[in-house]
Design a protein around this ligand. Sequence first.
Ligand SMILES: CC(C)(COP(=O)(O)OP(=O)(O)OC[C@H]1O[C@@H](n2cnc3c(N)ncnc32)[C@H](O)[C@@H]1OP(=O)(O)O)[C@@H](O)C(=O)NCCC(=O)NCCS
Length: 156
Amino acid sequence: MGMIRRAKQEDKEFIWQVHTEAISELCKNHYTQQQIQAWTSFLIPESYREVIETREFFVVEDDKSIVGFGQLNFETGEVEAVYVSPKSVEHGLGRRILQTLENVAREKGLKSLHLSSSLNAVPFYKKAGYTSHYESKHHLPNGTELACIYMAKHLN
Ligand SMILES: CC(C)(COP(=O)(O)OP(=O)(O)OC[C@H]1O[C@@H](n2cnc3c(N)ncnc32)[C@H](O)[C@@H]1OP(=O)(O)O)[C@@H](O)C(=O)NCCC(=O)NCCS
């Protein structure tokens, strides 16, 4: 289900939709309503312009719509995002996106990857071989703090 390809600038609006819906639906049991509201309020379609250009940025296209995306910063070795649309979760798309980012990282010679996982996604990354290290805080522009877990994995 779905084809993974590199993101294009014209995908921005759809990426923004997936991102906003995934946060609103899939993160709501681990953060307060105020945190979710603040988190989504800072996202706008234009905010993906730079990362599509500068990061390893992939989308999953299914039936002409975007149902997931992933973002890797290979200069820092950080998986910066893996998001799947709420209607498309639990079909292995998240794993395929993450594997795509890991394959690119290997090709570029990276030996490990790290990330700050939102609390809800920790079991997903554990399944994929990432180890939890410590709790970190993500700061939104308005000062709202989001608890995250710093995780890492050695690439074989
Ligand atoms: C986390 C997320 C990307 C998972 O996407 P998904 O497509 O449902 O994941 P997959 O179907 O590929 O799952 C892969 C494995 O992880 C497990 N898994 C995924 N999410 C899980 C969860 N929340 N709790 C427990 N296990 C989970 C699956 O059961 C599956 O296990 P299996 O190998 O035994 O079948 C998706 O839920 C999401 O977008 N969440 C909100 C955004 C987010 O928090 N992203 C991370 C930002 S750091």
